[in-house]
Structures are given as C-alpha cells and as structure tokens.
Design a binder for this molecule. Sequence first.
Ligand SMILES: [Zn+2]
Length: 270
Amino acid sequence: MWDGKLKKWERTWKVDVKTAKDIMYWSSNIDGLLENEIKEMTGINEVPGFWQTWILTVGEFVTNQTIDPKLSSSEPINSNYMHSSGDADTPLRAPRLAVCSRPGCKNFIIFENGLRCISCDLEYQVTKSTRLVWFGLFIHDIEGLDTIVKHLNQFGAIPGHPIIRKNGRRYLLIPVNAFYPIAWPAKQPMVHYAKGIFTLPRIEWDKVNANYHMHKFGMMCLYTGISSGFNSYQESTMKDVLVKRALGHSNKLLKYCNGDMGAFLRVSPI
Ligand SMILES: [Zn+2]
C-alpha cells in the first residue's frame, strides 16, 4: 500500500480554482460550490476504499447538448439545460480523460496557472465538450474472490488494473472518472469505470446491462429513474456520490464478476 510519502517524480500544486470554475459554467455562479467540492475531495483519503490522491482534471464528454465554452457565467441560464427530462448527459462517444496533445507526452492535465499538462506545461484547449472530472482509484480487497484473482493471474498485468499488496493480502485498484454534468449540482454526476475494468470476467464493454447496473461506456447506474422522470438523485457533493454510491457499485461489480449473480439484487448498507 502507498505510504503517503511523495516519490521523486511526484509533485504537488495548488488548484487554479478560477480556471476550473469557467468549466463548471453556471455552477460557477454558486458561491463556494467548487471550493467546497475540492475541500471535500481532498479529505477523501480518510474514507476506507479510496486511494489517497484524487486529481481534479478535465475530460471530453460529447453529447447532443453542449454549450458554448465562451458563455460567460453572468449570462442568463437556459433552463432547458437544467431541466430537460431527456438525454442532456447521454454521451454520444465514450467519454475520455483529457491528455496532453504534445506528441509523445500524453500526460495528465491539471489546473495549475490555467489548465495545462502536468509534465510539459502545454496549455489544454477547452472545447464545447470539456467537463470537469475527478480521476482517482478505488481500492478493493480481492482475497477470496478466486475467479477474479485467477483471471488476473491468467492475463497478467492488465492496463488499469494494478494490484498492490499489504500484509499478505492483494488489493485491486480500480480507476474511476467522475464527470460533473453541465447542470451540477442539480443533475447527477456521471461516474465511469476508466477503460480497463471491462477486462474482468462477465463484463461486456460498452453495453447497457441491468444485471450489473451499467449504462453505456462503463457509466455506473447509481440512481433510479434517470429516464422515467422520477429521479432518486438529490443535490449532493461529488464526495458523497463516490462514498455512498460509487464505491458500493464497484464492490458489487467485483462480486458479480466473481460469480455472485445476485450481487446487485441485495440491499447493502453502502
Ligand atoms: Zn505534455
């Protein structure tokens, strides 16, 4: 397990909140909203099951409904975005984390003196589809999940599936991208398994599946009634969504992958 000390190649930075707010669009009008989100997420390492560091970055989330990135947050809000009952946040293409466009670099994008590459400082060009994202890792104890362990042993090191060891036990790290919707916090966030999880047994990449509560592109189904009009989501913080919903989803998903076909049918305390 990571000991919490910075390695030579690791670095810290102060999040450029002003630049990040520009990407939250009208959410940026809500006083202290993003500051509170960042403060909460900074403390997520105190919650069991969460990797110490979660990074505020951006991703590209292409939908039918996008808004002009130059739209000033002081301009009137189009309420159709906020309350449209349909698919404002249904992606047309697989959402992806942004990476540096410099050939050979392709590193993380962070908010430091603007929005730029963590490695070479190249500025990231915001598009109509750019959204604010938290990237981080869930930590799951996989001792006893024999089918999964066997699968991972058989296929060796799978990208996105690092295994760490502590006190003789093995833990699987699951990469997660948590996208803010354009109408945050009125609408729920889109929490995705980063590509890689779908190499697990029984999970089909890119298909909706009610048995393991998955939307397209590996998006976790965390709330009921997304398309029916009655939505069980209530205004929340990203930390709450990750702690109370998403971590439990991945826990159940691993049990499902391991052969427990009823993993999602039982009500769990999470
Ligand atoms: Zn770069």
